[in-house]
Design a protein around this ligand. Structure first.
Ligand SMILES: Nc1ncnc2c1ncn2[C@@H]1O[C@H](COP(=O)(O)OP(=O)(O)OP(=O)(O)O)[C@@H](O)[C@H]1O
Length: 807
């Protein structure tokens, strides 16, 4: 860098900073004033409008006065919001006005434009010149996608080509230029090195200054219905996803609001980890949820649904339990595409026979039996869809209930209840009736009768004996009607909520004898069938569902009852996408028919039995919206961990040689061998203290199970380790410090240093747990320690001795 360049850059920075300050000073009173005006208006809203409803004209005038005042208020608030946004983004810019620059000469034009890129756009006061371009603007993509030389970018008006003459990166603090680099191929290794060399945080950081080309492709992809990102551990999938949200909100700012985007996270703690990225970029957060929350929302009122972490614990710890093999086979099978097809076949079969209903009963009597419902159901035209026939049946039932209610009015039980009504209840009943009558058009006629009775009550002395009897009759009739109505109300509610369908029975029925299954499911039974069916039925009997049954159950419910859909959501993001079953994807597609889907995952970290392959012809995701609407972007470079850590961890993964470590050096992973558990713990406590002293702010002791976490936590605390936090599935916030955490909860997050609590073969020996172990090790940014007593886990056997240090 030469002196002249430096001076020019410093001068420009000075100018931009001053202009920013000027604009802020100009805006500040306006923001305050507008806020004041809006809140004054809100406070005195009713004083400013005249409300008079005496005549039609007065009423009309009042109406317009209120309308006018509301419009004024909303306009002030809108302007205030806009100015406030502008003020906030200028404030953000003031901390570092820009981070990059490209000089671009468009073909056919004479001048070269200097494009400075920052967190948001900043226009000169003439409104013509961009002093800073938003990183999401079309021209800014040049910065991420090209190195100096021929370059082009896409605008809404088409492609613009030209030549990039310079690409520069800055480190700026306020109005101080700290450094700048002229980048060539990738965006400044130096800056990326610095960013990655920092300590882990309690919150994920935004990466706009160092977005890599392949990540930019994810962020700006706007054409696919389904975007799949298969990326190695630490390759920036989650980070790219969040910048993508910010990009979409910017690009479609007129149409897309943050609450039309939903992110499915692996666990509630992850929500807190990623929650600050978007606000940091000046955008509102999207909706965040977990799939479990969705299941609880749809099924929670009727069934107790196991959560995925309990399922995981079972798989990891209950190997010796009776029926273990069948349960694990069940988890695999019930998440498979085969079973998805089975449910579709089953629904098809049900459209011809086998529907199960729950009869409608009143006081231990059948009003409408399940058999009658079935007969009625199958009397409808078989070409009508299952869900539509259910709707027809629902109408029929409501009508039948009306007819039955009329008959019930004359029954003895109603007389008995009538006898027990005391005076107060009579009055109360009448008042209630009066209200219902006034509300309910159906009972209009009754209202008239009631009014007549009421009039006569007032002239009671004059009505004579005949009329007294007549009145009494009518009164009784009304009360009878009311009693019946009260009793029928819950029955009608059940019908309206489709509770007459025996969902438990229907799901359970599928788990029949082999020959029955073949007929209903159009498929052969999977292995361990008899145990699997027994386990499933047992659970259903207790109104509980295994996690693996929850989505198929819900899916079947949808096939029978019709889909509930959310048409407002436009984008869904599924992070840790390998951990979702084809069922869950099929369900999400139905639930959000207007949404595009972005799935981010890593098959190398598929720790659940029900994992889904994200790429390749066999991937169910490819088929979900069809190949033409699907784009796959692989990410192979791993940014999180040092080169030494990546070289070590990738060697335990089949196909891991594809993963490219980012060029950041650190110490080799350390394998710490001990003769006893006691010695191991002492060593760990010592290492924790040393790592803390070295300045590492976030250290995780990663265990395999929750039980092991508790054990580690207690042991380390009793050895005097201070400030250790035990993380469980209930933990909602992610914080830095020292924590003990089971591997499956550490998904998606990262730590400065990771200590694998027990890397010996008695803890990790099954092939199915290799990826869990890999996931745990890949959480480390700077340091990785593995503790072993006795035999090493087999996953470490074939690792080149050069890649680690053993002590
Ligand atoms: N372009 C980048 N510039 C700076 N930092 C980056 C970049 N890409 C990724 N990182 C950093 O790498 C780390 C890993 O990123 P992230 O958590 O998004 O990866 P991931 O692919 O979701 O990982 P995993 O699948 O292991 O959970 C984060 O600290 C992130 O800030």
């Amino acid at each position: 860098m030469n002196k002249k360049d430096w001076e020019q850059e410093q001068l420009r920075l000075q100018i931009v900073s001053e202009k920013l300050q000027e604009k802020l000073t100009e805006l500040e009173p306006e923001v305050l004033q507008l806020y004041g005006q809006a809140s004054e208006l809100r406070k005195h809203f009713w004083e400013e409008v005249t409300v008079n409803t005496s005549t039609d004209e007065d009423f009309e005038e009042s109406f317009y006065s209120i309308k006018q005042q509301a419009a004024l208020l909303s306009e002030r608030e809108r302007i205030h919001q806009k100015r406030l946004q502008q003020w906030k983004s200028l404030n953000r810019l003031q901390k570092s006005p820009y981070f990059g620059r490209i000089d671009f000469k468009e073909y056919d034009l004479n001048n070269t434009e200097q494009v400075y890129i920052g967190l948001s756009s900043f226009l000169a006061s003439d409104g013509m010149e961009f002093l800073v371009y938003d990183w999401r603007s079309p021209i800014a993509s040049l910065y991420y996608d090209h190195s100096p030389g021929p370059a082009s970018y896409i605008t809404p008006g088409g492609q613009i080509s030209g030549s990039m003459e310079l690409k520069r990166q800055y480190q700026i603090r306020g109005n101080q230029l700290i450094n700048f680099f002229d980048a060539s191929i990738t965006i400044g290794d130096t800056l990326l090195q610095q960013a990655l060399g920092q300590g882990a945080d309690a919150q994920m950081k935004s990466i706009v200054a160092t977005i890599q080309k392949e990540q930019n492709a994810i962020i700006r992809n706007d054409s696919s219905r389904m975007l799949i990102v298969q990326g190695a551990a630490g390759s920036g999938k989650t980070t790219a996803a969040l910048q993508r949200v910010a990009y979409l909100l910017y690009k479609h700012r007129e149409r897309l609001k943050a609450d039309q985007i939903v992110l499915f996270s692996p666990n509630p703690m992850f929500n807190s980890y990623v929650s600050t990225v978007l606000p940091e970029l000046g955008e509102e957060n999207m909706q965040q949820t977990t799939f479990q929350e969705y299941l609880a929302f749809w099924l929670g009122s009727t069934m107790k649904v196991e959560d995925p972490f309990d399922q995981m614990e079972y798989v990891l710890t209950e190997q010796n339990a009776e029926g273990y093999e069948a349960r694990v086979e069940g988890i695999r099978y019930k998440a498979s595409e085969d079973f998805l097809q089975v449910l579709r076949n089953y629904a098809e079969w049900l459209s011809k026979e086998g529907m199960l209903f729950k009869g409608i009963r009143l006081q231990d009597r059948d009003l409408i039996t399940a058999e009658q419902m079935k007969e009625q159901f199958y009397s409808y035209d078989p070409s009508i869809r299952l869900a539509n026939r259910v709707e027809k049946l629902q109408e029929w039932l409501l009508n039948e209930l009306k007819i039955i209610a009329r008959k019930e009015k004359k029954m003895d039980w109603v007389s008995e209840e009538l006898d027990y009504l005391d005076n107060e209840q009579y009055v109360e009943a009448y008042n209630k009736l009066l209200k219902t009558v006034q509300r309910d058009e159906e009972l209009f006629e009754a209202a008239e009768r009631y009014a007549a009775v009421h009039d006569r009550i007032h002239n009671f002395e004059n009505i004579g004996e005949d009329n007294v009897f007549d009145f009494a009759d009518q009164q009784v009739d009304l009360l009878r009607q009311m009693i019946v109505k009260e009793h029928f109300k819950p029955l009608r509610r059940k019908v309206k909520r489709l509770k007459f369908i025996d969902m438990n029975g229907l799901y359970s029925q599928l788990f029949g004898e082999e020959s029955e299954y073949r007929e209903m499911a159009g498929a052969e039974v999977p292995s361990c069938w008899s145990d699997m069916r027994e386990q499933t039925k047992d659970k259903l009997g207790k109104r509980e569902l295994f996690y693996e049954d929850a989505t198929p159950y819900l899916f079947l419910k949808e096939l029978i009852e019709g889909s509930r859909t959310n048409t407002i959501v436009r984008h869904i993001f599924v992070d840790e996408g390998q951990d979702y079953s084809p069922f869950q994807y099929a369900f999400l597609k139905r639930l959000f028919p207007n949404a595009r889907m972005t799935v981010l995952g890593d098959f190398g970290q598929a720790i659940f039995t029900q994992s889904t392959l994200l790429q390749g012809g066999d991937s169910p995701l490819n088929k979900l919206y069809g190949e033409a609407e699907t784009t796959l972007i692989p990410l192979l470079r791993s940014y999180r961990s040092t080169q030494e850590n990546v070289e070590f961890t990738r060697s335990m993964l089949p196909g891991g040689e594809e993963i490219i470590p980012f060029n950041r050096s650190g110490s080799k992973p350390l394998i710490q061998l001990s003769d006893s558990q006691e010695e191991r713990l002492k060593q760990m406590a010592k290492d924790l203290a040393a790592l803390k002293a070295e300045g590492f702010g976030s250290i995780a002791i990663i265990t395999k199970t929750a039980e092991e976490s508790r054990e580690a936590y207690e042991a380390l605390t009793s050895l005097g380790c201070e400030g250790v936090r035990l993380i469980t599935k209930e933990t909602l916030t992610f914080e830095t410090g020292i924590m003990v955490i089971p591997a499956y909860l550490a998904k998606g997050v990262e730590f400065d240093a990771v200590l694998i609590y027990d890397a010996s073969s008695h803890t990790y020996n099954r092939e199915s747990e290799r990826k869990l172990f890999y996931t745990a090790c890949t959480r480390a940014m700077h340091r990785l320690h593995l503790y072993i007593t006795g035999e090493w886990t087999p996953y470490l056997h074939s690792i080149d001795k050069q890649l680690y240090e053993a002590r």
